[in-house]
Write a protein that binds this ligand. Structure first.
Ligand code: ASP
Length: 343
């Protein structure tokens, strides 16, 4: 009798264990299309729909990969690729122009399971910079490649190469001319129109649209990806946070996956994404509290602005921003939520 009781207890605990082991975490995909001065009063219903459709399409694409048991890495790459191909967003086609009238693109990707990461900065010919970042991660011994070398590497990796004119859009070109005009008359103004000491990017709607995605897959693995044209009128060789692991992009299964958008110089100085992860890992803070502390307090205290998207290992989502709006959305439990303005 005693043996039968023990056997039952053993089998019971075994089946309980099996249940725990096979319980799949909720899959989650979050995307952003940039944060900034996005006001309803300045938006047409057509444009609003175009942005919403673009984010929805990216969410559906990435989520379908997660649903089929695909990896969070594949999901974030696929979602970001679609946003890069959409000229509305400041990444890939439709990227903003540098002061010299060029499109120089930055992107990065990170695998939360292995902490593997890849990044490219200042590329000008690879159609999808996020694919180049992934190639750096998977097909080289490096984490970051820049400029002509990164373009060459992308071509050798078999990625689609385009003429730099592919990235041109009339709207971004006009924006550069406007910013330059303002810049020459108001060189003392900064990103948000306030007095500034050195940098004087002008806070134009035209610069917004950096894209990013974070995901949690069925195996419980997190991943993050970010891609951008940077900031309108950026100077030669300027590199923003979007391509810097720990600043604009970070993922660790121990904590969360994060993709940022905003005034990159401040995100770099705050080591934004990794600091939030550290606050969770070492400070035992929740994702919501850590992200809010950094984004709503530390960032504006330094003079920066922007937003971020994040998901933790349990599927909790955070999408804080301290600007008027942020193109953002998430898909969870098969349901899509897309937002542009403050709630
Ligand atoms: N963070 C990007 C950069 O500084 C720009 C943006 O997100 O709007 O390059």
């Amino acid at each position: 009798m005693k043996y039968i009781v023990w056997a039952c207890l053993f089998l019971g605990s075994l089946s309980g264990y099996t249940q725990i082991k096979t319980a799949k975490p909720d899959i989650v995909l979050v995307v952003h299309g940039g944060a900034g001065t996005i006001l309803k009063s300045q938006m047409t219903p057509e444009l609003e729909k175009a942005y919403t459709d673009g984010l929805t399409e990216a969410l559906k694409k990435g989520y379908s990969i997660l649903e089929k048991g695909g990896t969070s890495l594949d999901a974030v790459e696929a979602a970001v690729k679609l946003l890069e191909d959409n000229p509305l967003f400041n990444a890939g086609k439709g990227a903003v122009f540098t002061n010299e009238g060029k499109n120089e693109l930055d992107a990065s990707i990170m695998d939360g399971k292995t902490l593997a990461a890849g990044a490219v900065a200042g590329v000008t010919t690879v159609k999808n910079p996020i694919a180049a970042a992934r190639a750096v991660m998977e097909k080289s011994n490096h984490v970051m490649m820049t400029g002509a070398g990164a373009d060459k590497f992308a071509a050798q990796a078999g990625l689609e190469i385009v003429d730099p004119s592919y990235f041109f859009t009339e709207q971004r070109w006009k924006a550069l001319q406007e910013v330059k005009k303002e810049d020459s008359t108001k060189t003392e103004l900064d990103h948000s129109g306030k007095k500034s000491s050195s940098y004087h990017f002008i806070n134009k709607d035209s610069k917004f649209g950096t894209v990013g995605a974070v995901a949690l897959d069925q195996s419980g693995n997190l991943a993050a990806a970010t891609s951008t044209g940077g900031m309108t009128n950026k100077r030669f060789g300027r590199v923003g946070d979007s391509t810097i692991i720990g600043a604009g992009t970070y993922a660790s299964n121990n904590t969360c996956a994060i993709s940022c958008t905003g005034w990159g110089e401040y995100y770099i100085r705050l080591v934004m994404a990794k600091t939030i992860s550290d606050m969770m890992e070492f400070g035992k803070m929740t994702l919501k509290n850590a992200a809010s502390e950094m984004l709503m307090k530390r960032l504006p205290a330094l003079g920066g602005d922007g937003g971020l998207i994040a998901v933790d290992g349990k599927g909790n989502i955070a999408m804080p921003f301290n600007t008027e709006g942020m193109y953002r959305g998430f898909m969870k439990d098969g349901k899509i939520t897309v937002k542009i303005y403050k709630d």
